[in-house]
Ligand binder design. Structure first.
Ligand SMILES: C[S@@+](CC[C@H](N)C(=O)[O-])C[C@H]1O[C@@H](n2cnc3c(N)ncnc32)[C@H](O)[C@@H]1O
Length: 262
């Protein structure tokens, strides 16, 4: 299949959900051991989003890279199952959206079927125009999806509580892993924001530190040794193993990661 996203292929993952392979980036969108399992662990469980949904009245999430829409589908599912009344503003950005036909062929496993994710995603991708798009997904969930580059993204109307940092890896999608990107993300955010990513690369952690974030390691998903979690307030990283930010900032400023972050 070929469209804005270039040539992409649908691939099964080991937990029964599908992902995509991007020829443009020579990379899968998710862990081949389980797209749904990875996203639940990295973006919902580790940073505490599952808890916030139960206890908070409103949260604002920013996702870097809408991709297949899996994180929106998961958010919708968590909200449907929750007895709380949390409202979620879900902001995301996508430079190379997939086509509606591709979106409709993605599957996320039996548990999601009642929500008809294929129809929801087809409708979103069918109605996507360059710039900002707004979709009322349910009474509890609003999506604001910017079709364009993160570089051109205006500041979302609401300050962010959680950031799902989900670009391709720094080797192939380096423009989304620079200190300037993390500075811009900090500017979007509340002081108590928590950022999480599957990535455990030292270059990525150094860019976060140089962009003003406190940084920590956490156990990775699906047998991966590590992932990364970051915050503006170090109190939010209690219980996680901190990295030496000062040393990483020095290495970043000395140009040690130039190739990885350009
Ligand atoms: C790993 S995939 C995202 C996975 C997605 N969160 C999901 O669950 O399917 C990374 C996404 O970032 C998008 N992307 C890459 N560079 C971008 C840029 N400069 N601005 C906005 N989106 C970008 C890619 O097109 C791709 O959809």
């Amino acid at each position: 299949m070929e469209n804005e996203s270039g040539k992409i292929e649908i691939r099964p993952t080991k937990d029964g959900s599908t992902t995509l392979y991007s020829e443009r980036f020579s990379q899968l969108y998710h862990n081949p051991n389980g797209a749904v399992a990875e996203s639940r662990y990295v973006f919902f469980e580790t940073p505490g989003v599952t808890e916030a949904i139960k206890t908070d009245d409103e949260i604002t999430v920013f996702e870097m890279g809408f991709g297949t829409g899996l994180n929106l589908i998961l958010m919708n599912d968590y909200l449907k199952r929750s007895e709380g009344n949390c409202r979620v503003n879900f902001f995301s950005v996508e430079l190379y959206p997939i086509g509606p036909e591709t979106a409709a062929e993605l599957t996320f496993g039996e548990e999601f079927q009642s929500q008809r994710p294929a129809k929801l995603l087809r409708d979103i991708f069918d109605n996507l125009n360059p710039g900002m798009n707004r979709f009322e997904i349910s009474e509890k969930l609003t999506l604001e999806l910017f079709f364009g580059s993160f570089n051109d993204l205006p500041s979302p109307g609401k300050k962010t509580d959680y950031i799902f940092h989900d670009p391709f890896s720094p080797e192939v999608n380096s423009e989304l892993w620079s200190a300037d990107v993390f500075k811009k993300l900090a500017g979007f955010s509340k002081p108590e924001v928590v950022l999480s990513t599957y990535c455990a690369a030292t270059s990525a952690r150094a860019a976060m530190a140089a962009g003003g974030w406190k940084v920590a390691k956490s156990r990775g998903p699906l047998g991966k040794r590590e992932m990364t979690i970051a915050a503006l307030d170090e109190q939010k990283l209690k219980g996680f193993k901190r990295v030496n930010e000062q040393r990483l900032i020095e290495r970043y400023r000395a140009g040690e990661f130039l190739q990885a972050t350009f």
